[in-house]
Design a protein around this ligand. Structure first.
Ligand SMILES: N[C@@H](CCC(=O)N[C@@H](CS)C(=O)NCC(=O)O)C(=O)O
Length: 203
């Protein structure tokens, strides 16, 4: 059994979507970020960084418990643990990792930057616009890719499940930009998966 400490954010849902899609049993522990629950001594023993998501896999490698933070690391761990959505064959694995890293090191930090700049008391318009333009460029890049292949790496993979919660959370921007029909087709296909739907509602 896996304990998932999470909240209703893109990073948190990345973990629950992967748990669902990998078919692993898990228990959700909701963490109230607004009241600062992720900074309590109890939570800091799980993740000294004081952020969600965190998993505790009681049946980790070698049958020993494993505590793991970082939604990207969690997603990859679950894929490795179950042998799903991350092929062992290097020719198929490398593109999956390329698209996964695009999500985690380009798309997600930019989406987070929109969130953090928009949360500032003075809501700096030029900063918000800068990050929205950057994220739009990334979404157009992905849209072009999805006009050529069904899923980011060609086959359904951890890269798709990593991006989906972000894309779902940025629906307003996607609608504002217009077009992006391939991205919309992909989003609809992912949303129709029962595992994705359950994972998105887990917290
Ligand atoms: N890179 C980390 C980011 C984790 C993160 O920033 N989590 C946010 C919610 S999405 C959080 O817990 N924030 C609480 C806080 O900063 O107090 C990951 O992917 O897990």
């Amino acid at each position: 059994m896996i304990d998932l400490y999470t909240a209703g954010t893109g990073n948190g849902r990345r973990a629950s979507v992967m748990l669902e899609e990998c078919g692993l049993p898990y228990v959700v522990h909701r963490v109230d970020l607004v009241s600062g629950e992720s900074k309590t001594p109890a939570f800091l023993t799980l993740n000294p960084m004081g952020v969600i998501p965190v998993i505790v896999d009681k049946d980790g490698p070698g049958g020993k418990p494993l505590t793991l933070a970082q939604s990207g690391a969690i997603a990859l761990y679950l894929a490795e643990k179950t042998g799903k959505f991350l092929p062992a064959d290097l020719a198929r694995r490398a593109p999956v990792l390329q698209w996964f890293m695009h999500v985690m090191s380009d798309q997600q930090p930019t989406s987070s930057a929109i969130f953090y700049t928009s949360s500032l008391p003075d809501k700096p318009a030029s900063a918000i616009a800068k990050f929205e333009t950057r994220l739009t460029d990334f979404l157009r890049f992905v849209d072009k890719r999805l006009g050529e292949v069904e899923y980011l790496a060609g086959e359904l993979s951890v890269a798709d499940f990593a991006l989906y919660p972000l894309a779902a959370g940025r629906q307003a921007l996607i609608d504002k930009v217009g077009g992006l029909d391939n991205l919309k087709r992909w989003t609809k296909a992912l949303a129709a998966r029962p595992g994705v739907a359950r994972g998105m509602q887990a917290s």
